[in-house]
Design a protein around this ligand. Structure first.
Ligand code: MV4
Length: 597
């Protein structure tokens, strides 16, 4: 077993790994960007090394800086967490080259599963089918029509070298084939640098069910259990649960065995997840994630297995130590996870809401676990993933887990930023959740969040430890005068003013605040036709050119902020007179992307 492990990550997953290391007597090494100098994962680790830089690219994606911290610390293993370098074969090789162990699969397995075509082929070798489709690129639109006539409509057109749902187009009928194919090729080129696209039968109401697998260096591969991750918006998961509801045991068994065959087909080692679409009693291979996933705790709670401990054991050369048979007796009850993101779900918009968490009180009690990357007073930066915490519950059955989650969410206090908690309450309380009549499209198409207004509560003034002073004042209630005592924040306490209401500030902040920080996600168009962005971020895609005519609602460009893609739309028809941005441009709130005429 390792004596010392470096965690090449931040936030809740770094904290998660540090906790298990501590239990196993392994010393922990944190790394941090300039913004994370005082972050929770740094405070909890035994040692910490600065990577420099603010953005992910300058810090957590800086291989040389991480290798330097590895050498200086003398750690023998590197845990990559999820995101960042977790599925990067070159990084895995660099760690091995430095004489340490990458706590993850072999680089060859990462590569096989890294692109759609080779992962589909590996699944085929293992006898596991994807959605009915074609394994070569499409030549022209007549082939889409032929495919639709043979397999039925609608047809999905997907980027051959893509993933994550980017660039997927749905074709309802032959008449739409040419336009959809052209647009899929254009997006594939913009996102992945390659225009190749291929067709699949489009499943209209599928669930996303994924299987946790584990393999060791001694030839053992096991399936640990499935998770239903269908509750998501814009390909960002919101709620996950295990076991998948209304999912027959016999299908679970088949999906598990298929996943194990896929592990063997790519010589897998460590923790992995095989993703499937599930519809009408059939499952179809989508892709394999070669890392520990955000939602791994639901599997831990229903099996009692610490997956991070297992990763550390397997990476240090030990065998898994239990059998597929042993797992039958271990699986018990039901678990649900809700991702608490720094996002405002008001009106279903899920707008990024970075800032200082003035108060954070996680829920507690029987069957309740919170994995957080922050404490009260910590700042959620717009530069990184906006996951603040995961609230995870266990219950004897699905209904007790559901009720426990609603109780836990009610108990959770987050002030200073908006969070997804109001959306979770709406999901968990919905009759469709109770009856499990959901699909991957349910949140975006059926869940009504128009009534949700996640006003950001600023300083509560009620925090323990805050300096308070006694004031006696006169008050009049219903015409009667009272002398009352008030314990109020003392002279040194900060005034209870929210940043957007504060006088002064940057011009961009003022422009943003004049529209209401938590208002519309759409652009603000003044009388001058200027289209501005509502928050700081990076332009990842420009969809129009100067001189183009655009319709109201048409997407002009895509702004990536806090790892989420936000369309910037025209809210009236016009001609693009000026286009002021290109992919890669960093913008501040209120900056102009285009001028319409
Ligand atoms: C599909 C599909 C329906 N039919 N393929 C989107 C992400 C990418 N990994 C695969 N995705 C989908 N592929 C066919 N043939 C529906 C989705 C899909 C989806 C899949 C998993 C999780 C969430 C999703 C949300 C919308 C669409």
């Amino acid at each position: 077993m390792f004596d010392k492990v470096l965690i090449a990550n931040r936030g809740e997953i770094a904290v998660r790994v540090i906790r298990t290391c501590r239990e196993l007597g392994i010393a922990t090494v944190a790394v941090y960007s300039e913004l994370d100098r005082d972050a929770l994962h740094v405070r909890l680790a035994d040692e910490a090394y600065a990577l420099g830089g603010q953005t992910a690219a300058e810090s957590y994606l800086n291989t040389e800086a991480i290798l330097d911290a590895l050498r200086r610390s003398g750690a023998q293993g590197v845990h990559p967490g999820y995101g960042f370098f977790s599925e990067n074969a070159a990084f895995a090789r660099a760690i091995a080259g430095a004489g340490a162990v990458f706590i993850g699969p072999p680089p060859e397995a990462i590569e096989i599963m890294g692109d759609k075509i080779s992962s589909r082929l590996a699944a085929e070798r293992a006898g596991v089918a994807g959605v009915p489709g074609r394994s070569e690129a499409l030549g022209d639109a007549s082939e889409v029509v032929a495919f639709g006539e043979e397999h039925g409509w609608p047809v999905a057109i997907k980027a051959a070298f893509g993933g994550g749902g980017r660039g997927m187009k749905v074709v309802a009928s032959p008449a739409d084939a040419a336009d959809a194919m052209e647009s899929a090729q254009r997006e594939a080129t913009a996102y992945f640098g390659r225009p190749e696209v291929y067709p699949e039968k489009y499943l209209e109401w599928p669930r996303h069910i994924e299987m946790q697998v584990f393999a060791d260096g001694h030839g053992n591969a096991l399936w640990i259990g499935e998770r239903d991750c269908s509750y998501q918006r814009r390909h960002q998961k919101l709620v996950e649960e295990s076991p998948a509801p209304d999912f027959p045991d016999e299908i679970r068994q088949q999906m598990g065995e298929a996943s194990v065959r896929i592990c063997h087909a790519c010589a897998y080692e460590g923790a992995g997840t095989v993703e499937f679409l599930y519809e009408a009693g059939r499952f179809y291979f989508l892709e394999m994630n070669t890392r520990l996933q955000v939602e791994h705790p639901v599997t831990e709670l229903v099996t009692g297995i610490d997956l991070v401990a297992l990763q550390l054991r397997v990476a240090s050369g030990e065998p898994i130590g239990f059998t597929q048979e042993d797992l039958v007796a271990r699986r018990r009850g039901h678990s649900i996870e809700c991702r608490v993101n720094a996002e405002d779900p008001a009106g279903g918009r899920f707008l990024p809401s970075p800032g200082r968490i003035t108060t954070f009180r996680p829920p507690d009690g029987f069957g309740t676990r919170t994995d957080a990357g922050y404490e009260s007073g910590d700042e959620v930066s717009q530069f990184y993933d906006n996951l603040v915490a995961k609230v995870v519950v266990w219950g004897e059955d699905r209904e007790s887990a559901r009720r426990r989650m609603l109780r836990a969410l009610d108990e959770t206090v987050v002030e200073g930023i908006a969070t997804t908690i109001p959306a979770h309450k709406a999901i968990l309380a919905h009759e469709d959740f109770v009856s499990a009549s959901h699909s991957t499209r349910w949140v975006e198409e059926r869940l009504d969040l128009s009534g949700v207004t996640a006003a950001v509560k600023a300083e509560s003034g009620g925090e323990a430890g805050e300096r308070r002073v006694l004031r006696e004042v006169d008050a009049e209630v219903d015409g009667r005068r009272y002398r009352v005592k008030l314990w109020v924040p003392g002279p040194e306490a900060a005034p209870a003013v929210t940043p957007q209401a504060a006088p002064g500030g940057s011009p961009a902040a003022k422009r943003a605040s004049s529209r209401g920080r938590h208002g519309s996600s759409g652009p603000a168009i003044g009388g001058d036709g200027k289209i501005t962005v509502p928050m700081q971020g990076t332009i990842v895609k420009v969809l129009v050119a100067e001189g183009d005519s655009v319709e109201a609602g048409q997407t002009l460009c895509v702004l990536e902020a806090m790892k989420m893609e936000n369309p910037v739309n025209a809210d009236r028809a016009g001609v693009v007179k000026e286009l002021r941005v290109k992919p890669g441009d960093a913008l501040g709130a209120g900056d102009v992307v285009a001028v319409l005429e």
